[in-house]
Design a protein around this ligand. Sequence first.
Ligand code: S3P
Length: 429
Amino acid sequence: MDWKIKKNTKGLKGEIEVPPDKSISHRSVILGALANAKCHVSNFLFSDDCIRTLEAFRAMGIRIDQEGANITVFGKGLRGLKSPLDALCLGNSGTSMRVLSGVLAGQNFGTILIGDDSLNKRPMDRVIEPLSKMGAVIKPMEGGSHAPLKIEGKNSPLMPINYKMPMASAQVKTCVLIAGLYAQGLTSVTEPFQSRDHTERLLEYFSADIKRKGLTTEIRGLNELISKDFKIPADISSAAFFIIGCVLIEGSRIIFRNVGLNPTRVGIINVLKRMGADIEIINYESALEPVGDLNVSHSRLRGTTIEKHEIPLLIDEIPILSLAAVCATGQTVIKGINELKVKETDRVKSIVSNFKRMGIIVEEQEENLIIKGSYKTLKSDEFDSFGDHRIAMTMAIASLLSDGECVIKNTKCVDTSYPGFWEQLQQLQ
Ligand code: S3P
């Protein structure tokens, strides 16, 4: 499926609620299934990625009912999963594969995890290494460090470890913390920089024996999780596309309702404000996951430096943030971009090649991206998503700023995180 998108001349205007948070939706099914009773989750994201997680747990005997945008997960406790009849197919979803590895490492039945072509190329050694240290037997079936993964069943608890993560990754942290639920004693994970903390919050909310001390989180295994209902806010990573579209296109003003404003996810707002964006947070409520409305208007941006420690707080927003940098006056430096290269595509390559077609030069220097900024004209052309949802949506917003009509090829991937993106784009124009 291709999109044709014309230069926008009137601005983006309106009030929207973007889809529910993808990371929290995954965790709602995973921890809901492992908790002791049923859990009602309002506003679940029915996107391709989250449906993979949901179907995987159904295949392991968990009843999950759906009513509109809400689900009820009938948790059966840490030992309630059943051996699936077939391999679990996790499509494009890195979160499903890495976090499920942590769940399955502690089961008394074996499983096979398979991804699509993109997921089967992404590094899995980052979960294989800590899980193996915990005594799990987890092997790439075709060699290397990639899926398909075969995980053997275990009849005894895992061993607790103190794991120092080599990279800041919420997926890896979550994998180890959940495996820690199946270990006898205290497991700890230390990350080099703070990454999103939805897992820690939900584990605390479900009364897990978990403690946070700076960048270290400790969890005591083999304790029951006590189920409680909750609501998922809108995904700030999805909102980011229209937030930046709104800031960059003259005459724009959008109100975003119920956006998740977890401090470990608002890096994008902090950086945009630093660049001069007019973003006001209203109706802020602190809850399991803080939430609020955003009132965003067109503004002139200036370049900035994004430090390495800020990257995990806006990792999924870097493609669209690069577009903001292109239109800002002066230079933007994004430091510590290595993790971007192992996402659904090598996002550095995907950005550099698409931006080049628009006449924009993005310079890659070791671990940094340098964008000179002050571009006045973005050339219209044909772009490829390379099968990466966030690249498709970044190029959609870039097309609105172009000098004519653009085509974006291969846009089906957008359904992995943002079903309805195209419709909301029409609604705002
Ligand atoms: C996610 C964590 C991030 C992010 C991904 C979702 C999660 O990955 O890029 O879209 O739900 O934990 P890493 O933590 O591996 O960087």
